[in-house]
Design a protein around this ligand. Structure first.
Ligand SMILES: CC(C)(COP(=O)(O)OP(=O)(O)OC[C@H]1O[C@@H](n2cnc3c(N)ncnc32)[C@H](O)[C@@H]1OP(=O)(O)O)[C@@H](O)C(=O)NCCC(=O)NCCS
Length: 200
């Protein structure tokens, strides 16, 4: 069986951040920023009820990491390993080789590269820790901060779909999908370790 998030060693530290699987006690700190209109504008649900969020949060603990700075939760990450499409005869071989990631940062901490640093680490966790072969992320095309982040971490825009996603404002908006393959990530890590920079 391939490793799962629970099999990995936590917390994981980056230069400035600590990442760990979410726990029930993280419901209220994440509610604090997810309920903000400038955050919920771009995410699936506009949270207005802390109890409802607490219940839903409990169901998604296995796919959620939190981002901490000095012990304070400043963001959360979605990380879900999935089975990509495959033909029937090779379904077992394809199982668990795709990961989808998502990210939400407390706006108080925007503009300092924290989300970039966290997502870079999540890519490493996906490829090195979980052994997936492809990572994807999706956003509204109008969510420029989100797709700029994906480009900063080296992901490739693979889809710009016309008006495929319904925003709660009633408008059908364009959607984007970005992806990165294991071999591309490894090549970028090799390139950056030869140069002066850090990880891709
Ligand atoms: C998407 C989101 C996480 C991006 O946040 P962000 O603050 O732009 O991202 P980062 O924390 O990586 O910071 C990057 C910014 O800091 C700057 N920066 C400063 N120091 C930096 C560093 N050490 N490394 C990288 N960037 C740095 C970058 O230049 C960039 O600014 P720019 O966009 O003006 O060029 C945030 O806008 C958010 O949570 N939005 C609401 C929820 C959401 O949309 N989630 C995604 C749904 S698809």
């Amino acid at each position: 069986m391939p490793p799962t998030i629970a099999d990995l060693s936590w917390p994981v530290s980056t230069e400035r951040l600590s990442l760990r699987p979410a726990e029930p006690r993280d419901a209220l700190p994440t509610y604090a920023f997810r309920s903000r209109p400038d955050v919920s504008e771009w995410i699936t649900t506009h949270e207005t009820d802390p109890d409802a969020w607490e219940a839903r949060f409990a169901e998604r603990l296995t796919n959620t990491l939190v981002i901490e700075v000095d012990g304070k939760v400043i963001g959360d990450l979605f990380l879900q390993v999935q089975d990509p499409w495959s033909q029937t005869e090779v379904r077992a071989q394809a199982a668990g080789t795709l990961a989808e990631v998502g990210y939400v940062l407390d706006p108080t901490y925007n503009g300092q590269g924290y989300a970039t640093e966290a997502v870079r680490e999540v890519l490493r966790i996906c490829f090195e820790g979980l052994g997936v072969r492809r990572v994807i992320a999706q956003c509204f095309a109008a969510n420029e901060a989100s797709w700029r982040l994906m480009e900063r971490v080296g992901m490739r825009r693979e889809q710009h779909a016309r008006k495929d996603s319904l925003h709660r404002n009633g408008q059908w908006l364009d959607g984007m999908m970005y992806a990165l393959l294991d071999e591309e990530w490894r090549a970028a890590v090799r390139r950056s370790s030869r140069g002066a920079g850090g990880r891709p």
